[in-house]
Design a protein around this ligand. Structure first.
Ligand SMILES: Nc1ncnc2c1ncn2[C@@H]1O[C@H](COP(=O)(O)OP(=O)(O)O)[C@@H](O)[C@H]1O
Ligand SMILES: [Mg+2]
Length: 309
């Protein structure tokens, strides 16, 4: 085996990570959900607001007492760090190559919110040998016990990696805007997702940049009626995020809206959606799925192996 990629001693890794996590353990209420809830954010088209949703939803969940990990899993345009105005030096790739420990790459950005910069590491995870992958999954598994909600910000479209994230997640949020192009592309993603998983996926729709709740409902109805008619699937509408100039300002200022303490029109939308995600599984996630008791990371690993290159 290449000595550069030898795993660091498991004991050191676990001890440091445990110290890191215990530091943050305070008033967290884990009673609302059992086990870690994994939620991927998907879209057909780019620029519909996935990263801003990921960031503000993560903050809203943390505000509701959840311990949240935000995994920047957009392999093309990772930009969660920019939205938070932080500059992480390392990512999962460094852990994978044995150059850094997991605790070195985690970036704490709020009391209960930690970013995991995915970087090239997530792509590499799909390509490494089984033994190495098992080692990596083992390292990451530790986080599953210490996290209430894992949010994944993914790339637009249904690239094989995004499909693996969606299939492994407890819930996928499909995000669209009222634009006809976004509507068409989100329907295409829903169709591919549904057909490639044989319907064994939990997905819900969110409409972003709506001028009001009625417009959002009309958009959702167009997509979901078509999905019901042509694909035979019942996808729940999870809610909307209203168009809000303050989101644009927050991006320019590199300080997420929900950190700024403002109360603009979209703020209650993020909070409502956070509450929806914490609802009992059946309500928020539609039809029950056969994903068993396996951990998210093990499901992800087997999905990545299945999808190959
Ligand atoms: N609800 C909203 N109201 C107004 N602008 C928004 C809203 N959501 C996102 N935006 C803006 O849309 C742009 C794209 O958002 P981003 O989160 O980067 O999209 P994606 O991750 O899907 O590519 C950003 O300039 C952001 O400020
Ligand atoms: Mg993005």
């Amino acid at each position: 085996m290449n000595p550069v990629i030898m795993p660091p001693p498991a004991h050191d890794q676990a001890t440091r990570l445990r110290e890191f996590v215990l530091e943050k353990k305070d008033s967290v209420s884990r009673s609302k959900i059992t086990g870690m809830r994994s939620v991927s954010i998907l879209s057909g088209k780019g620029g519909v607001g996935k990263s801003n949703l990921a960031v503000n939803l993560a903050l809203a969940l943390a505000d509701q007492g959840m311990k949240v990990m935000l995994l920047d899993a957009d392999l093309g345009l990772a930009n969660i760090d920019i939205l938070f105005g932080v500059v992480p030096k390392f990512n999962l790739g460094h852990v994978l190559r044995g150059e850094k420990e997991l605790s070195d790459i985690l970036f704490q950005v709020g009391e209960r919110l930690t970013i995991i910069p995915g970087g090239a590491g997530l792509r590499e995870l799909a390509d490494i040998d089984d033994q190495r992958q098992a080692w990596m999954i083992d390292r990451l598994s530790f986080l599953e016990n210490e996290t209430d909600v894992l949010l994944l910000d993914t790339s637009a479209g249904l690239h094989k990696n995004v499909l693996a994230f969606a299939t492994a997640s407890d819930l996928s949020i499909l995000l669209t805007t009222p634009e006809p192009t976004a509507i068409r592309d989100s329907y295409s993603v829903l169709k591919s997702l549904w057909q490639s998983t044989g319907g064994n996926v939990s997905v819900g729709l969110v409409v972003n940049m709506a001028s009001d709740a009625n417009e959002a409902e009309m958009v959702a109805d167009r997509i979901l009626s078509a999905a019901n008619q042509f694909l035979g699937c019942e996808v729940p509408y999870l809610g909307c995020i209203l168009w809000d100039a303050a989101i644009r300002d927050s991006v320019r200022r590199r300080k997420p809206l929900l950190l700024a303490g403002l109360n603009t029109v979209s703020v209650p939308c993020f909070k409502l959606l956070a509450g929806k995600i914490l609802e009992p599984r059946q309500e928020a996630e539609g039809a029950a799925r056969n994903i068993g008791e396996e951990s998210f990371l093990r499901r992800l690993s087997s999905q990545m192996a299945k999808r190959g290159d």
